[in-house]
Design a protein around this ligand. Structure first.
Ligand code: CA2
Length: 148
């Protein structure tokens, strides 16, 4: 079975607690349950990693090398700052899709840069939790058929 790792960055564990107008009312645990259900429907094996620490995210990406077929990554605020996460993604070169719950393109200027985008086959933003499902679908197609 194809193995997908869903990586979430800082403060994603706070979902549903504040800024509900931007990120919705559902919690991080709801997100995990949703991804697991959707992965089951797609016949994918899914695992999860969340950290508030840049280096821990880099470690998790490195550990995916040779073990994981595809990565869904929402680096959260590190999207806009982290060359280290970009380099780790390039180093392992596991097919990856970047996901953002909110529509970052219509938010502040500082959210308009994504470093990790360069290492991803696609970016999905503004689709809420459904973006994670869409990312798994994209990865399944890409890994099995080479289609984007
Ligand atoms: O839209 C996304 O998924 C983001 O990656 C979420 C990040 C943000 O820094 C990115 O620009 C876009 C923030 C993660 C969640 O932050 C929370 C803040 C307050 C309450 C709950 C979550």
């Amino acid at each position: 079975m194809m193995k997908i790792l869903v990586i979430n960055g800082p403060n994603i564990n706070m979902l549903g607690i504040r800024e509900k107008n931007i990120y919705g009312t559902e919690t991080y645990e709801d997100l995990l349950n949703y991804c697991k259900e959707e992965a089951d429907k797609l016949g994918l094996e899914v695992s999860f990693f969340q950290s508030n620490h840049e280096g821990a995210l880099v470690d998790a990406i490195q550990e995916a090398y040779g073990k994981i077929d595809g990565i869904v990554i929402n680096p959260a605020a590190y999207t806009h700052t982290s060359v280290a996460i970009l380099d780790a993604m390039k180093a392992v070169s596991v097919p990856a899709v970047e996901v953002h719950i909110s529509d970052v393109s219509s938010r502040e200027d500082f959210r308009q840069i994504s470093y990790v985008r360069q290492a991803c086959i696609k970016t999905i933003a503004g689709h809420g939790f459904a973006g994670y499902k869409e990312a798994m679908e994209v990865l399944k197609e890409y890994i099995t058929k080479g289609i984007l």
